[in-house]
Ligand binder design. Sequence first.
Ligand code: GDP
Ligand code: IMO
Ligand code: MG
Length: 422
Amino acid sequence: MDIVLGLQWGDEGKGKFIDLISENYDIAARFNGGSNAGHSIERNGKRITLKMIPSGIFMQGVQNVIGTGTVLDPVSFKNEILNLKKFDETLQPENNLIISKKAHFVLPTYRLMDVFMEENPAYTTIGTTKNGIAQAYSNKILRQNVRIGDMYAPDFQERVQHILERDYSFMAGEDMLIPPLEEISKEFFEAVEFLKQFNCTETELLLNKALIEGKTILGEGSQATLLDIDHGTYPYVTSSSTIASGACSGLGISPKKIGEIYGIAKAYCTRVGNGIFPTELFDEMGEEIRIKGNEFGSNTGRPRRTGWLDLPALRYAVMINGITQLVLTKADVLSGLKSVAVCTHYELEDGSVEATAGTLPENARPIFKWLEGWNADFSVIKDPSALPEELMNFLSFLEQEMGVPVTYLSIGPGREEILKMK
Ligand code: GDP
Ligand code: IMO
Ligand code: MG
């Protein structure tokens, strides 16, 4: 199995890259997260954002798997499928999308609780996508949740109703605006019926059998390394394992079976939601990158925070994941700048210098190195030999700093706007 995952705070362009390379695989499998993801794909001049559906869905002959490490909200999933079919009427996702029986449900009260916790001063505000993701994962860990396979059990409705009522009785004690319970439970159970059209099975068995038969699998990560529940910038993280080892646990595949691990990074950094961001730009440059890079959340529409590339953070992400190939995206967005900055290390409050990879230190001052900027009309570049010298120097510098080759360079949002560098 090869893996594609994000190295920063998400939205690095995973969807676009996976859409492109999934044709080389038999199976594309999402291993973590839920509809908090927003993976944008442009096809034939049209654009769609996938949340739960793996980004290999457009490839004829590729089986798509929603793995065990994910959490699935059937209401959101139903809307996504209907939207996908509108986007491309030729697709028949019922035939090439398989869902793990062991993936967990996101129940409708989880969304309400997410909003409540985000807005209530008694809790830390994370800046979540308000999809009930943390509530689903925390109920999983508490062993109070229901899983996809449970929907076939005769007492499923009763079990869900019990959880919904318990959550409602909690919420009734708080000053919360909540829809009638009958309304959300009706919508939920209708969406569960819709979900039953899909093949829900023990995906671990399916995936391991496929490997024995010599088939190839691409693991698709959502969110990214610095949002990982264990290794990210806690508490401002998501609730799942977003890293390479998360692909093994999330899909039930042995670490021995891992081949290439593609790490996707932007040529700069962005972040949505709260939390530390040492290289963040608060000036016109930050705004310029936001506008040129169209840095507005694919999932929530929120403006993304922008900043320069952070090498210590990137080195940390490369290390945690064992990245074998780097995919650099959005080099086109920085085009036209006289010089571009990268943070090479941090100066700590006591004046000492932190040069190595590590968890981002609080209150650290990023020390920047300025490199020559590049300028090109990227829409006409079809071959690496046509890339500006300054950009090639930037890539060499990055490779040297990371010790990993940049094998793909993305130079626009379109499907074809990517160059194979090695
Ligand atoms: P993901 O969550 O990692 O799949 O990334 P998103 O889809 O949330 O955000 C990436 C955004 O950048 C999307 O709007 C893509 O269409 C766009 N994009 C991807 N690669 C490039 C690139 O190389 N250049 C430009 N300008 N846009 C890109
Ligand atoms: P993709 O897959 C960027 C962020 C939220 C918030 C934190 C927790 O498109 O890269 P959550 O809803 O997961 O409880 O929110 O994580 N976040 C993302 N940021 N891209 C994503 O996904 C994200 N998914 C969650 O903004 O800061
Ligand atoms: Mg995204």
